[in-house]
Write a protein that binds this ligand. Structure first.
Ligand code: AMP
Length: 113
């Protein structure tokens, strides 16, 4: 079954698509944890970083480059942002389609909750 992110790209459910290219897309998170909260994900439904393989190298690199581009487009590049990749249940991953969280607009510390 298609993931919620794939369904948004297909127009099957509503979502705010900010960017897409041949490999990746970016959408607004529906439950923002910061003033800016964007999800960048590959069009290929890789379940998580743990399931990525050597053949996914270009996709994995593209995700970070797209995150940086979206940050520039949103005007948050200079002040900075946090990129998060939750992996598996202890990692807090709830959607089994690899994605990078782009969080910005407030100062963020460590440790995380
Ligand atoms: P994670 O917990 O790392 O797997 O992150 C999944 C993220 O997807 C969460 O921040 C959710 O708020 C977000 N999310 C779930 N459903 C949707 C949706 N329909 N549109 C946008 N974001 C979503």
């Amino acid at each position: 079954m298609a993931s919620v992110f794939t369904k948004i790209l297909r127009g099957e459910i509503h979502g705010e698509i900010l960017y897409q290219d041949d490999l990746c897309a970016a959408i607004r998170d529906i439950q923002p944890q910061a003033p800016v909260h964007v999800l960048i994900f590959p069009k290929k439904e890789i379940r998580s970083v743990a399931q990525a393989s050597a053949g996914d190298q270009e996709i994995l690199g593209r995700l970070l480059l797209v995150a940086a581009q979206v940050a520039r487009d949103l005007g948050i590049s200079e002040r900075g942002y946090r990129l998060v990749v939750n992996t598996g249940s202890d990692g807090g991953q709830t959607v089994s389609h690899l994605h990078v969280h782009l969080l910005a607009g407030r100062a963020m510390g460590l440790p995380l909750a």
